[in-house]
Design a protein around this ligand. Structure first.
Ligand code: FES
Ligand code: MG
Length: 591
């Protein structure tokens, strides 16, 4: 079948140059060995890339190695030509010094692939945390039609008749281990049981959050994000996604025609009422900046802090991915937002219809999992942006602050939402592990644990180490959590009350660099302030005498390149020089 719509795709520049038939022949000679015939390549039909993020090194996305076959079927049935290619692996739990380094590396690689090869549109396979933002950032820079296919979460994990969710089980079991309530074997068994199948994390950690974000942005088919990886519906979604991207290629439905400030605000709202990951702050900002959309750090407070927690899913709630899927997934959450007048329903989407049209009639069937606005799990459960004399930006995920913690710190009469704590400062995770149980630190419930040296430059890449556990002795006394603060991040699966992503980081001279053990920090959640109670004169004196912050040497060329171009977490930790490149597919690369 030839190109029915008569549209000329960018791949024609490679395969149909009348001046250079010798070159066309050279391309064909090799491509033909992979099942493409000259008839197909000369038909003028769109070539659809399948950006494959699954591999043995990316086990959370490994399901895509199978799903790609269904995507290919969909593409072929709709009249496109599929071409699958690898994306630089990003495995959250295994990549050292941290997977966050590789979001920008995968982004760069994908930009060059999409730009430099004859690809007319692309299916972005996503799953593990950073594969989603990396793909969307690249699709925006290149600006060819793109659709997101999530691999889906694992099945729910069970242990001793209890739900055990990815990541969250680790943080909770570590506390039980410290309290002497379980042993090492039991700890490992709980961890293994939380991962019963293929798929990404089954909690509302960063992976599920970012796939929900892709759907909220209108970049995947409605309902895509929540389908568990092994379910029948996941394969069907892969097929439909393959079909849809071909139509998008003909309609030239590019990211720049879908993404807007309003669609990003929808994403902030979905993350907030889902109790989603604090890492979403970094990745959403990065995606918005690459899309050229004006999003500000303060938007989290201004547009979504007052939203209630509606989704009952770990770590903020009780259930896991399978129940969320059966309750209706992201469309059902967006439906609640729409009923409350908190959704920009007229935003565009990959379906060619508006978000409002996509979610019509998608009310949840399970009120235990998705609550109505009038009876939420928690009021005012969004993200709060803080600033003060220690930093310009820090963010707090309020949906995971437990009732006990609120009682202890936040509900004193006359000072509701204001508390003071004595700082115990650690220089990186090694320092924390070496000293946390040292009685000389004299840590009690009046302390705040501070982590510095964990930002984009300091680590490098910015590490998920701010959710520090109290010393064992405190846990044995029943103190499960202390407030924490740091210039790194925290796992999206963690349930710690933390001030995160603090920018600027200590490695570039941010205020945490001059903070000392014993300084008192005042946190005022009403005013969005976090200040060390240290006089301006004393701060100036400390700054003058401050030695250069301890920053480990770069150990690879990429670490060095990353450090020379990365921004801070507040701004998405993007590569500064990359932001000026937009819609680059408008120009075909020279031969
Ligand atoms: Fe890969 Fe959670 S570690 S999805
Ligand atoms: Mg993580």
């Amino acid at each position: 079948m030839d190109n029915p719509a008569g549209r000329r795709f960018r791949s024609r520049e490679w395969f149909a140059d009348p001046q250079r038939s010798d070159m066309t022949a050279l391309y064909l000679e090799r491509f033909m060995n992979y099942g493409l015939t000259p008839e197909e390549l000369r038909s003028g039909r769109p070539i659809i890339g399948i950006a494959q993020t699954g591999s043995d090194l990316s086990p959370c996305n490994r399901i895509h190695l199978d799903l790609a076959r269904r995507v290919r079927d969909g593409i072929r049935d709709a009249g496109g030509i599929p071409m699958e290619f690898p994306v630089h692996p990003i495995f959250e739990n295994c990549r050292r010094p941290t997977a966050a380094l590789d979001r920008n590396l995968a982004y760069l690689g994908l930009v060059e692939t999409l730009y430099g090869y004859p690809i007319d549109a692309v299916v972005l396979t996503t799953g593990c945390d950073k594969t989603t933002p990396a793909g969307i950032m690249a699709a925006s820079t290149v600006d060819i039609p793109a659709i997101v296919l999530s691999g889906g979460p694992m099945l729910d994990g069970w242990h001793d008749g209890e739900l055990v969710g990815s990541g969250t089980v680790i943080w909770r079991s570590r506390r039980l281990l410290a309290a002497g309530e379980i042993d090492e074997d039991e700890f490992l068994q709980r961890a293994c049981n939380s991962a019963p199948s293929a798929g990404h994390c089954n909690t509302m950690g960063t992976a599920s959050t970012m796939n929900a974000v892709a759907e909220a942005l209108g970049l995947s088919l409605p309902g895509c994000a929540a389908i568990p990886a092994p379910y029948r519906e996941r394969g069907q979604m892969a097929y439909e996604t393959g079909r849809r991207i071909v139509a998008m290629a003909y309609d030239d439905l590019r990211p720049s025609r879908i993404l807007s400030r309003e669609s990003f605000l929808n994403a902030l709202s979905v993350v907030s009422c889902a109790g989603g990951s604090s890492n979403a702050q970094v990745h959403i900002m990065a995606m918005a900046r690459h899309a050229g959309v004006d999003l500000r750090p303060q938007d989290w407070t201004d547009h979504a802090y007052d939203l209630p927690l509606l989704l009952n899913m770990q770590p903020a709630g009780k259930f896991l991915g399978e129940r969320f899927f059966r309750a209706g997934g992201v469309p059902a959450l967006m439906w609640e937002l729409q009923q409350a007048g908190r959704l920009h329903g007229d935003c565009a989407s990959v379906t060619g219809q508006t978000i409002a049209q996509n979610i019509e009639g998608r009310e949840t069937s399970d009120r235990e999992v998705i609550r109505p606005f009038a009876a939420p799990l928690m009021q005012k459960a969004g993200f709060l942006v803080l600033s003060g004399n220690l930093f310009d930006f820090g963010i707090m995920k309020t949906s995971v602050i437990s009732e006990r913690f609120r009682e202890r710190y936040l509900s004193r009469p006359c000072h509701e939402g204001v508390f003071e704590a004595r700082a115990v400062v650690f220089d990186g995770a090694d320092d924390y592990h070496a000293r946390i149980n040292d009685p000389a630190l004299d840590i009690d419930e009046g302390c705040i644990l501070v982590m510095r040296g964990a930002g984009p430059i300091g680590w490098p890449g910015s590490a998920e180490v701010v959710n520090m556990q109290p010393p064992d002795a405190l846990i044995q006394r029943g103190i499960q959590a202390l407030p924490t603060l740091g210039d790194g991040r925290q796992s999206g699966t963690a349930d710690s009350p933390s001030i995160l992503n603090v920018s600027p980081e200590s490695a570039v001279g941010g205020g945490l660099a001059w903070l000392q053990n014993g300084d008192v920090i005042r946190i005022d959640l009403n005013a969005g302030r976090c200040d060390a109670l240290v006089s301006a004169d004393e701060i100036a004196r400390r700054r003058r005498e401050l030695p250069a912050p301890p920053v480990p040497e770069s150990r690879s060329p990429w670490e060095e390149l990353y450090r020379s171009h990365t921004g801070q977490l507040a701004d998405g930790a993007t590569l500064d020089m990359a932001l000026k490149y937009r819609r680059i597919a408008e120009h075909t690369p020279r031969h």
